[in-house]
Design a protein around this ligand. Structure first.
Ligand code: FEO
Length: 382
């Protein structure tokens, strides 16, 4: 799993239900941490606060009788930084290597920025451990502003912080592109420009393996993952699937969604429908980014749009959704307003092309609605 003198001391969180307060993780989550055993010893990041004892036991087992010289803090989010104070108490000779902004954030969490026990590093700075020479790469907003990746110039390993991570504990899952996508879109989807900047830097160095802070170490699958990252960072779709996200109160909107999906599939395109009241929005969000076409079907509610749809579109827009085709289906028994409200939510989004055909239900499904949905399916598949 790791190079001979690089040891994994991360932990699997199998009890967690919701990661970062919003992402369901049915296969748990890993908080990765590594030790480079060289003439000098560097520990890369700590773990979540619930696992500090387990992490410290693993660290001590790997160190045997030796003591670490450096704690490299690549990212200050608490799922990786919670063990900093414990480490610094345990190893009073050790110093922290991190970006200035990370030390600023550290003060907020630990009431100290370890001013007399630190090395402030920036892009291009190096740290020699003996056989290994580490070089630092700034990666602001992937996923916080202080993030600094570490490149082992000796073994050509990129320690990538949150980048190239995924949901799921290591004991339960290997590389899973669906979970890597849901993780990426949810956590850094908004920061495509910054991820592209990082990908540009990564293209300039030889990388034999990526050691992320979540999910498996990436070796042979790196080209596959990089291809996906290029699409995700550039807000490009992966396929011409049609995703239909809907809300339905009495079943009529759900029924027309099923009919539309069937019409689309009969024309040779894949259509997948998601009930926004019953599917976690992080799943539908990732699906919307994966596909080229998104149909939004919703009930009118309080002269606006149904709450689950309102919240879903807000999430889409907030994550920088762009460069896609969007179709609208609304339902309203006496004064439908959902279509207007849904469309308006995209007014500041770039590259959204609305289908010319839309559908308005006035409660149940009319013969005009059937004609309209066939026209919509024709337009989607044309
Ligand atoms: Fe895994 Fe942004 O913390």
């Amino acid at each position: 799993m790791t190079m001979a003198d690089i040891k994994y001391i991360g932990v699997d969180d199998l009890d967690i239900d919701i990661f970062e307060g919003q992402y369901p993780v049915k296969d748990g989550m890993s908080y990765n941490s590594y030790v480079i055993l060289d003439e000098k010893i560097a520990v890369l990041d700590t773990v979540d606060g619930s696992f500090i004892d387990e992490w410290m036991d693993k660290l001590k087992a790997v160190l045997d009788t030796r003591k670490p010289n450096y704690l490299i803090v690549q990212h200050m989010e608490p799922d990786h930084s919670a063990g900093i104070a414990r480490f610094m108490d345990e190893y009073p000779e050790a110093v922290i290597v991190s970006s200035m902004m990370a030390f600023n954030i550290m003060k907020g969490y630990f009431n100290t920025d370890y001013a007399d026990r630190r090395i402030i590093s920036k892009e291009g700075d190096t740290l020699s451990l003996g056989r290994h020479t580490l070089s630092f790469i700034a990666a602001p907003m992937v996923h916080w502003p202080e993030v600094m990746l570490t490149y082992d110039t000796t073994d050509k390993i990129l320690f990538s912080a949150d980048a190239f991570g995924q949901f799921g504990a290591l004991s339960r899952t290997g590389l899973n592109i669906d979970e890597a996508r849901r993780y990426y879109i949810g956590i850094v989807g908004k920061f495509g420009l910054q991820v592209e900047a990082l990908l540009k830097k990564a293209a300039g160095i030889e990388i034999k393996a990526v050691y992320p802070l979540h999910g498996p170490i990436i070796t042979d699958e790196l080209p596959l993952l990089l291809d996906h990252y290029k699409l995700w960072a550039g807000y490009e779709s992966e396929c011409d699937d049609c995703i239909i996200a809907y809300t339905s109160v009495y079943g009529h909107t759900a029924q027309i969604v099923r009919m539309l999906a069937s019409e689309i599939e009969s024309r040779g395109r894949r259509a997948l429908a998601y009930d926004l009241a019953r599917t976690d929005h992080s799943i539908v969000l990732a699906e919307a980014f994966r596909a080229g076409t998104l149909i939004l079907a919703s009930t009118t509610y309080n002269t606006g749009v149904f709450p689950a749809m309102r919240s879903f579109i807000d999430t889409l827009v907030e994550h920088g959704y762009k460069n896609r085709t969007v179709g609208i289906i609304e339902n309203g028994s006496w004064a439908p307003t959902a279509a207007k409200v849904m469309k308006a939510k995209f007014e500041n989004s770039q590259g959204i092309r609305f289908l010319e055909n839309s559908i308005t239900l006035k409660g149940g499904i009319s013969s005009e609605n059937i004609e309209a949905l066939k026209a919509m399916a024709d337009e989607i598949c044309s």
